[in-house]
Design a protein around this ligand. Structure first.
Ligand SMILES: NC(=O)C1=CN([C@@H]2O[C@H](COP(=O)(O)OP(=O)(O)OC[C@H]3O[C@@H](n4cnc5c(N)ncnc54)[C@H](O)[C@@H]3O)[C@@H](O)[C@H]2O)[C@@H](O)CC1
Ligand SMILES: [K+]
Length: 519
């Protein structure tokens, strides 16, 4: 059986309930698990918000408001309330419901017996330094309305740090959409396994910093519900390292490390070709050929002296008119092709030519715009070798006008299944799917990468990795995931040294090479 690290797994509410059900059926008492989870959360909290030294003459301790819902999310919150109370924090409870689950009700009763004040009305609440949100977890099943919705909006307006247990109350556990209203957390303690909704772009505004609280779910139970090869996974360092096929064999030579053909650039967008080339350079690919319009060849040579720059005849508008490969070379000389950045839509014939080839192919930017004009699904259905599409949301709409992107995981799964391609949908939470619906989500990134040219770098990097490993029985979606992760980590590393405003695409290429030093 495949043993993935727990941090890779991603679950829906139904899957989490089934996994939890197996643990309880095997004999783990529900109350014991709640106790364990509550205590782990309170230990984390104490390290984030340590107890304040006593005020002179006062009782001391930080003031904590605990928001308690009717289910076990509320139960977790009550365990936290009790633990923080015993640590010396000043705790009060807000519990506006009339009916609580039995275990939750018991915890409430005990908390009240300890003298922890409990309020049902918003108007009665004292001020506090931070809030713990245990209103709803994965049991939220409909829109939040009425006084609870009012309370959530009220707490969001308080501008105090909010720590959400499992998921910010009000977010749909699977899609991350807001059901009526939702807590805007500064911090989310996701319990046991990553909930799919936390990895969706629309949840980002609500979850703050998210951390997984591991409470030792047996792998056998996870696999029993998610299958031996779970379909939806989070990209982690470990998976990427496996895909990159390192260290290099001592006897390797340049043609064994892959030969990538980039087709990119135009007189108008020469910079895109340079950035794509520099992205490919960072991948460590053995041989790099770059086809560009003849007039910008000298520019490319000066930036990428190690690459073979192929100057091609150009249209009146300065786009590549057709591919003119060197003597004794045809497309079968390459392990992979990456095509699109900076081409302009005047380069349609060349995109048609590579789509008709039998070489693994990445299409990006104008490559995607041209594909959309040709007709995405019928055009790609003819391909016999792997194809990767890397659209941002706008390009995705042009390629797949009938697919809704509210749930980005579903959107990439549908697009991949319709086309037979691996589809990467760019965003703050990039999602990748293969045609069988196997999904990778890149949950670590930085808004610093939302800048012109950043995507060109990704295409080059991905092309280089693909060319290096495509003949080594790797899954294409793993290659795409590795490139996405590497690209994001380059951005994250650059932010640390240069701030969020200091990560232009050219600078990013320099940080890419440093990412692997830390692995
Ligand atoms: N999965 C696990 O392994 C564990 C789960 N635990 C906790 O249990 C939680 C799930 O507990 P529950 O299944 O009790 O669910 P919740 O605590 O998320 O809430 C369910 C309750 O809320 C009510 N409800 C749902 N939507 C509502 C709405 N819009 N307005 C008003 N009421 C609404 C339901 O009728 C039900 O009573 C997790 O999120 C987690 O915090 C932990 O205690 C221990 C480990
Ligand atoms: K919650």
């Amino acid at each position: 059986m495949l043993h993935l690290k727990t941090t890779q797994f991603v679950v829906t509410a139904a899957q989490m309930r089934d996994i939890e059900g197996r643990i309880f059926a095997a004999g783990m008492p529900v109350a014991a698990l709640m106790e364990k989870v509550g205590r782990l959360i309170s230990v984390c909290l104490q390290s984030i918000i340590p107890l304040r030294p006593p005020f002179q003459g006062g009782l001391g301790g930080s003031n904590v408001g605990i928001l308690v819902g009717p289910g076990h999310n509320g139960g977790d919150a009550l365990v936290v309330a009790r633990e923080l109370h015993f640590q010396g924090y000043q705790v009060w409870i807000y519990q506006p419901f009339t009916k609580l689950k039995e275990l939750t009700s018991q915890h409430l009763q005990y908390a009240q017996s300890l003298g922890i004040p409990c309020f049902q009305e918003l108007a009665e609440l004292p001020s506090c330094d931070f809030l713990i949100d245990g209103l709803f977890g994965f049991g939220l099943e409909r829109e939040i309305t009425g006084n609870i919705a009012e309370a959530i909006n009220h707490f969001n307006d308080w501008n105090k740090p909010i720590f959400s247990i499992d998921i910010p109350s009000g977010l749909h556990t699977d899609t991350g959409e807001v059901l009526g209203t939702a807590i805007k957390a500064n911090y989310t303690f996701c319990l046991g396994l990553w909930k799919q909704g936390l990895l969706q772009e629309q949840a980002l505004e609500y979850i703050g910093k998210a951390e997984l609280i591991d409470f030792d779910i047996p792998l056998a139970d996870i696999h029993a519900i998610l299958g031996e090869f779970p379909k939806i996974k989070r990209i982690t360092k470990t998976t990427v390292f496996d895909t990159l096929s390192l260290p290099l064999p001592p006897t390797t030579h340049k043609y064994k490390s892959g030969h990538l053909l980039l087709i990119c650039g135009s007189k108008r967008y020469a910079g895109g070709a340079i950035l794509t080339g520099l992205g490919a350079r960072a991948s460590g690919v053995g041989m790099l050929s770059i086809a560009v319009p003849e007039s910008i060849k000298p520019l490319l040579v000066s930036h990428l002296p190690e690459a073979l720059i192929i100057g091609c005849p150009e249209t009146e508008t300065g786009a590549i008119s057709h591919l003119q490969l060197p003597p004794k070379t045809d497309l079968s000389s390459f392990n992979a092709i990456a095509c699109g950045p900076g081409l302009t839509t005047d380069a349609t014939p060349i995109v048609e030519q590579v789509i008709n080839s039998e070489i693994p192919l990445i299409l990006d930017a104008d490559g995607l715009n041209i594909l959309a004009q040709l007709g995405t699904v019928p055009t790609l259905r003819k391909r016999k070798k792997p194809t990767i599409l890397t659209p941002h949301t706008g390009e995705f709409h042009r390629l797949f006008p009938d697919i809704e992107v509210k749930d980005r995981v579903k959107a990439v799964q549908t697009a991949a299944s319709q086309t037979g391609a691996v589809v990467l949908l760019k965003g703050a939470r990039t999602a990748i799917s293969n045609p069988q619906g196997v999904v990778w989500i890149n949950s670590e990134s930085t808004p610093a990468l939302a800048r012109g040219g950043s995507g060109d770098v990704l295409t080059g990097l991905m092309g280089g990795i693909l060319a290096r490993v495509v003949n080594k029985q790797v899954n294409i979606e793993d290659v795409v995931a590795a490139a996405s992760w590497w690209h994001s980590q380059g951005g994250i590393l650059a932010v640390k040294e240069r701030t969020e405003l200091g990560v232009d695409a050219f600078t990013l290429t320099e940080y890419l090479m440093r990412v692997l030093c830390d692995m």
